[in-house]
Design a binder for this molecule. Structure first.
Ligand code: AMP
Ligand code: GLY
Length: 425
C-alpha cells in the first residue's frame, strides 16, 4: 500500500516509524515532513493545510490510505475533500472536527450531553468578559475559542493576569480571529490525563493512557505550549478512573454525536483533569496528541496499520500492548513558544539514535548539506522504553546529554510526579 501522513512534527515521525513496521506498506509519503521523516518516507513539499493540492497529489500518486496528524487540516475539511474524491482517509470530517476547532462549541456540546467539564461562560464582548471575571473571582482560566496550537490557554491566578489575557486576545487580537471569542472557566485541580481512542461511529478502541506536560518550565510554570514531554502508561488512570472516563466521557460523547447526527471517524483525544470529583474534560482534540503519540505508539505491538484498516472497515480490533513504560522529552528552541530561534546546527544525533531502547523522533528539523538544523519551536523528541517509568526516564535524560544545539531547552521533571506519588495515592 501507499500511505500518506500529513504533518511535520514528532507525532508524524512517530506515526511513520510505526507504519514502516507494517507488512502492508509498500511506500510512505509525508507532507511536508522533516529531517527525520525523510529517512522513512518521501517528503512531499505540500503544506498540511493545502487540502486541494494534497488531494490532487493523493489521486495522482494512487495513495491508498491517508492519516492526518495535526488539527488545522482536519478543521479546514481535509477529510471532506478526500472523501468527495473517493480517497480513503482516517480522521473526522469538518463538522466533527469542530469539537477541537471551537472551544465554545465543545463546551456547549459537553453541557448539553452531560459530559463533566469545568463551569464556564462564553464571551465576545471584552467589557462583559471583564465584569464576569470580577464576579467569578480568581483563579480561573481564559481560553481562546479557535485553534492556537495549545498556546491560547491562560491559567490566571490574579485579576491582573485575567484582564491582561482578555485584553491581549480580544482587544489586541494577539491570536487573530481565534481569540475574538473566549471561554472563561473554573480552575480545576488534579492530575492530567490524555485519553485517546480510535472512534468510528459507536465503535471505539482505547489507545494506551498517557500524560502530557503543557507548561514550558519545570514545576508546571511558564506559559502553555503544545506539550513539553509525555509518558505512558499514566498511573493516575487506574481501572476505576478508566471506567469513569469511558462511561462519563467517551460513551456520552458517542451518544451526543449520534443525537446531533454527526458521524465521527478518527482519533479522539479527551484532555482530562482527574479531580477529587471525578474526571473532567479540559478539551477535546480530534487527533493524536503531540508529544503523547510518541510514547503511545511505542507501546503498541504488532501491525498497527493492519489494526487501523480493520477498524476503519468496521471490524473488531484489540490492540496488543507492550507492557514496558515509554517516555518522551521534547527539546525546544530558545524563544519557544513565542518566538523560537531557527537554523542552529544539531550535534550528537547519531550517538543518541544508537542508544539501546531509545528512539529519536524529529519535529522542527531540516537537512542542509548533510547536516541537521533546527527549524521551529519543538525540535526533537527523545524517547525511550524502560521496565518502568523510572528506567525509561533515566534512559531519556542520559541520551539528552549527548545532544546539543544553541539555545536548547527542555524540562527536567517529566514524569516526576508519577514517580514520587505512586499509583493510587
Ligand atoms: P486545553 O488546551 O484546554 O487543554 O488547556 C491547556 C492546558 O491548560 C491544560 O492541559 C491544563 O494544563 C491547563 N488548563 C486548561 N483548562 C484548565 C482548567 N479549567 N483548570 C486548570 N487548568 C486548566
Ligand atoms: N500535547 C497536547 C496536544 O497535542 O494537544
Amino acid at each position: 500500500m501507499k500511505v500518506l501522513v500529513v504533518g511535520n512534527g514528532g507525532r508524524e515521525h512517530a506515526i511513520l516509524w510505526k507504519l514502516a513496521q507494517s507488512r502492508l506498506v509498500k511506500e510512505l509519503y509525508c507532507a511536508r515532513g522533516n529531517a527525520g521523516t525523510l529517512k522513512l518516507a518521501n517528503n512531499i513539499p505540500i503544506e498540511p493545510t493545502d487540502i486541494r493540492t494534497l488531494a490532487d497529489f493523493a489521486q495522482r500518486e494512487g495513495i491508498d490510505f491517508t492519516l492526518v496528524g495535526p488539527e488545522a487540516p482536519l478543521v479546514a475539511g481535509i477529510v471532506d475533500e478526500f472523501e468527495k474524491r473517493g480517497l480513503k482517509i482516517f480522521g473526522p470530517a469538518k463538522r466533527a472536527a469542530l469539537l477541537e476547532g471551537s472551544k465554545a462549541f465543545a463546551k456547549d456540546f459537553m453541557q448539553k450531553h452531560g459530559i463533566p467539564t469545568a463551569e464556564f461562560q462564553v464571551f465576545e464582548d471584552l467589557q462583559k468578559a471583564k465584569s464576569f471575571v470580577r464576579d467569578f473571582g480568581v483563579p480561573l482560566v481564559v481560553k481562546a475559542d479557535g485553534l492556537a496550537s495549545g498556546k491560547g490557554v491562560f491559567v490566571c491566578k490574579t485579576y491582573e493576569e485575567a484582564f491582561q489575557a482578555l485584553d491581549n486576545l480580544m482587544a489586541k487580537k494577539s491570536l487573530g480571529q481565534a481569540g475574538t471569542k473566549v471561554v472563561i472557566e473554573e480552575f480545576l485541580e488534579g492530575e492530567e490525563a490524555s485519553y485517546i481512542v480510535m472512534l468510528n461511529g459507536d465503535q471505539y478502541v482505547p489507545m494506551p493512557t498517557s500524560q502530557d506536560h503543557k507548561r514550558l518550565l519545570d514545576g508546571d510554570r511558564g506559559p502553555n505550549t503544545g506539550g513539553m514531554g509525555a509518558y505512558s502508561p499514566n498511573p493516575f488512570v487506574d481501572d476505576a478512573v478508566e471506567s469513569a472516563i469511558k462511561e462519563e466521557v467517551i460513551e456520552r460523547l458517542i451518544k451526543g454525536l449520534k443525537e446531533e447526527g454527526i458521524h465521527y471517524m478518527g482519533f479522539l483525544y479527551a484532555g482530562l483533569m482527574l479531580t477529587s470529583r471525578g474526571p473532567k474534560v479540559l478539551e477535546f482534540n480530534v487527533r493524536l496528541g503531540d508529544p503523547e503519540a510518541q510514547p503511545i505508539l511505542m507501546r503498541i505491538e504488532g501491525d498497527f496499520l493492519e489494526s487501523l484498516l480493520d477498524f476503519y472497515h468496521g471490524r473488531d480490533v484489540t490492540l496488543k500492548l507492550d507492557e514496558r513504560a515509554s517516555l518522551c522529552v521534547v527539546l525546544a528552541s530558545r524563544g519557544y513558544p513565542e518566538k523560537p530561534e531557527d537554523n542552529k546546527e544539531i550535534r550528537g544525533l547519531e550517538g543518541a539514535e544508537s542508544m539501546k531502547d531509545v528512539v529519536v523522533f524529529h519535529a522542527g528539523t531540516q537537512l542542509k548539506d548533510g547536516k541537521v538544523f533546527t527549524s521551529g519551536g519543538r525540535v526533537l523528541n527523545i524517547c525511550a522504553w524502560g521496565k518502568d517509568l523510572a528506567e525509561a526516564r533515566d534512559r531519556v535524560y542520559g541520551t539528552i546529554e549527548r545532544i546539543s544545539f544553541e539555545g536548547m531547552h527542555y524540562r527536567k521533571d517529566i514524569a516526576i510526579r508519577a514517580l514520587t506519588k505512586p499509583f493510587g495515592s
